[in-house]
Design a protein around this ligand. Structure first.
Ligand code: OXD
Length: 311
């Protein structure tokens, strides 16, 4: 009998993924063909942002392993069969990369590097007295695995760190606030605000004009979560007024950022092309292989997503 097919779709990932999966999982045949002529043989899928409707073609699909931490793009597909188990990736390598990104930019913002780069471009010697990280507060919104890792690195670098999550997080590695009162406190205390929340109906558009107005004047923002957490016109207005001092955006609502978008040239915006983290086979293969085996055997997946909560 022909082996089950495992669909792999993640065009931006390391090209060695399909061969590595095939080697580690001889019990299945790995295909990268979304239009495979044998859709009935596809038993599992390992994907990042498949086109909407793509997975509905496979009547015997038993599970989906997402090749990243966020699953919003997949859950937004109305044709995703209800009840189909979906797992997000628990990859220590991805977690570390994003935490390092947050630390890099928090230090750069704290030392005023964007303003110094502007001064250099204009030929100005703009001396500003340095301050230690311990004199700045970083607020981390989202205390999942990545938020907790970022909080740990920031604290190790000397920052005062405050975390916030929707529900209480007794195991958080930093003082952890929750609920609307906790958010209000974090907004007034943070010099740098880090967005690491999942994108769900409850967090979409969270960072709007009213939210930004409650921040300390001149506070900076780092978004390594999802673009749609932020209302971009409202952020632009807050940057123009100096209410937000600078924004570091690894994610934007439409990726790649469309040509002509004001963020391309805004002097108070640093853009990175959604590369704060990446799922690299070296750190993620073992977890993916183990979960594929669980999925094929009908066992509970590690990192299974609560599809109603959206993460
Ligand atoms: C992820 C991402 O969700 O890289 O893993 O955005």
């Amino acid at each position: 009998m022909a082996r089950d097919l495992l669909l792999f779709h993640s065009p931006q990932s390391d090209p060695s993924w399909p061969a590595r999966l095939a080697e580690a999982l001889p019990e299945v045949e790995v295909t990268t063909d979304l239009a495979t002529p044998e859709p009935g043989r596809v038993a599992g899928a390992v994907v990042w942002a498949p086109p909407p409707g793509a997975l509905a073609r496979f009547p015997r699909l038993r599970f989906v392993q997402v090749l990243g931490a966020g699953v919003d793009h997949l859950l937004a597909d109305p044709s995703l069969p209800p009840g189909l188990p979906v797992a997000r990736l628990l990859d220590p390598g991805l977690v570390r990369l994003v935490a390092e990104y947050v630390l890099t930019h928090a230090l750069a913002l704290h030392r005023g590097l964007p303003a110094l780069a502007r001064a250099q471009a204009e030929g100005r010697w703009a001396y500003a007295a340095p301050r230690p990280a311990s004199e700045a507060t970083v607020g981390v919104l989202g205390l999942g695995t990545i938020g907790a890792a970022a909080a740990r690195l920031l604290a190790a670098a000397g920052f005062r760190v405050l975390g916030w999550s929707r529900t209480p997080k007794p195991d958080a590695p930093c003082p952890a606030l929750c609920g609307p009162e906790g958010l209000a406190r974090l907004q007034t205390e943070a010099d740098i605000l880090v967005l690491l929340l999942p994108l769900t109906p409850a967090t979409r558009d969270l960072v709007d004009a009213a939210f930004l107005e409650r921040l300390k004047p001149g506070a900076c923002l780092i978004n390594a979560g999802r673009g749609a957490l932020v209302v971009e016109d409202d952020l632009r207005a807050a940057l123009d007024r100096g209410q937000v001092g600078h924004a570091v955006l690894d994610v934007v609502r439409t990726e790649p950022l469309p040509p002509g978008h004001p963020f391309w040239t805004h002097p108070r915006v640093t853009l990175t092309p959604h590369n704060a983290g990446a799922t690299r086979p070296a750190s993620a293969l073992a977890a993916v292989v183990a979960n594929v085996r669980r999925g094929l055997a009908g066992l509970p997946l590690e990192g299974r997503v609560d599809r109603t909560a959206g993460y």
